[in-house]
Design a protein. Sequence first.
Length: 767
Amino acid sequence: MPDLFTPDSADPADTLPLADYAERAYLEYALSVVKGRALPDLCDGNKPVQRRILYAMHRMGLSLGSAGAPKPVKSARVVGDVLGRYHPHGDTAAYDALVRMAQGFSQRYPLIDGQGNFGSRDGDGAAAMRYTEARLAPIARLLLDEIDEGTVDFQPNYDGSTDEPRQLPARLPFVLLNGASGIAVGLATEVPSHNLREVAAASIALLKNEKLSDDELFGLLPAPDFPGGGQIISAPAEIREAYATGRGSLKVRARWVVEDLARGQWQLVVTELPPQTSAQKVLEEIEELSNPKVKAGKKALLPEQLQLKAGLLAVLDAVRDESGKAAPVRLVFEPKSRTVEVSELVTTLLAHTSLEGSVPLNLTMVGSDGRPTQKGLRRILLEWIAFRLLTVERRTRHRLGKVAERIHVLEGRQLVLLNIDEVIRIIRNADEPKPALIARFKLSERQAEDILEIRLRQLARLEAIRIEQELAELRTQQARLEEILASPAALKRAVIKEIEQDAKAHGDARRTLVQEERRAVAEIKVVDEPVTLVVSQKGWVRALKGHEVDPAALAFKAGDALYAAFACRSVDTLLVFGSRGRVYSIAAALLPGGRGDGVPVTSLIELESGTQPVHYHAGSATQTLLLANSAGYGLLAKAGDLQGRNRGGKAFLTLDEGARLLPPVAVHPAHTRVAALAADGRLLVFGLDEVKLQPGGGKGLTLMDVDANAPLLAVASLADEVTVQGTGRGAKPREERLKGAALAAHEGRRARKGRQVDGLLKVLRLA
């Protein structure tokens, strides 16, 4: 078929199939997004837009210098310079990046000192760039001070009019200090912030010993340190696993204090929030819990909503936000009464609001080789150390060149001062004094130029003394620089000394507490009493008090009938088995009581698309169930294994195409055997110990050899007898009770075909 996108006159050598072109173009676009926008660089911890902003502000003279802190300038001026010189994108993206680098609640160590409204952690945006001002923060010197000392490579900007650095010569691993967040094409990153002193200590330890043990490394750098404090409650083993692989999730929660008031009253005050949580968000969640709204597609509030509302209002009277300049975070919770236990209020708030949650950890970044990779903590630090050693080596070579050049110039001046009269005579009499000086005193071009540019005041006698002193200092410095270049150990010592100095100058105490705690789970207080759960064939459910319920006296909607009545406890759970193997859980306490028809079970769960409820079971979580399907497979599981916390259910049973789930069978302690009945009347009895207990679910083992023409019809657990129900001649109902020798005739090993049941023309079920 001809390519419709290729002109007839096109040279085949200049054409490319559309699929190949699209693939190549998409890959180029993806790589551009990954490296050019979304992912930070491991070496300096910055994305390109952040690096360009910092470099532009440095060139504008907005970094801390010998004269002190510079005066801030309009943010619009900074953004304009960044867009005009380095970043050919929208001004909104550049300003948003600038704002984030100035927010103390977003970055652990803000790189920009912002003046004006730069937003709040409650989601308030920053003022327009024409109203705010900015300058570089003192810690930004660790990224920019060595930029002009040959430490990093430069590249042409987008139009080739100037150069920009490929990386900044970071004196510390800023990718860990401030972290990063971003979504690229096929990749994402979520690097949390860390404490400067801890990162510095870990870097120094690895510089001294690359084979540092994991225990020692994680002892120095135990966990992230978030800008807003809070507490990390994950187990140390979980944190180490996330650091080792570069991916994981950390459980976090807020921190609080209890303030005692007059007459025995008290209030709970939250002073620190976990990351990605604001006081406004918590207030909105409490409002939603205390004044719930009917969900879309529902006519009334769900039982869970009513229960959550009642549980919250039973312990909480009022909440208010007292945050301000004196206290960045101060959320005050007043209990319903002074008799409410602090732990009860705290557990309720943690379980149902963002005061406790999880934060992802995904250490994906552009490595020193230019490739985006997910890295473990050790690898990140080792790659940064290699970058820093190379940076210091390049800086040392640059400084050594400057020192050598200065020594060379001073040696020329020293020679001039010893022969000043002759030098003056040559300059006065020669038409071209430079070649004459070079020929007479064997000077270099650079020395001759310096002598010709020297001022008369520098010919004084004291100048010779100053030159001697400066030469002595420079030669000492030269020897020190040459030692660093000649000795890897000396290079490492120099880097370690600088890291220690930077940690002392800019380090601070850890803000986030690292202490393992259990996740808060709000337990609903339910009176443990006997109830009977009534389920109809069309899926209407209700709960009646007591066990003295006569199924024959129950009324149902027209065309509906009883599926089962389960005698259980109010603390038990109703299990709903979906047609595709998913199991849904409903607490018995949530079911409506009274004399009505109940509610449809579909209003209490969120069924998977294409799924229908087919079977039910209610009882203790310790009850063992035999679960089977028409394809002949089955397994054992505890009822508690099937329970889930989500309304969307729990994937538990794996069904073959066309297989039908059979009703669950309760296995009692006295039962030792399993009976499997095929649709063609074959019965197989085998030991219960041949069936595997599978707490995680799955497909199970083959219970009976069946096929599509004669699928598995029913299963039962038994002690010493089983009843097969069916029909005899004339389609009359009939039962065959098998025990003793009659039962033994059907015994065999699991997965066999079994033997035909005598006396029945058609089998229906087992009892």
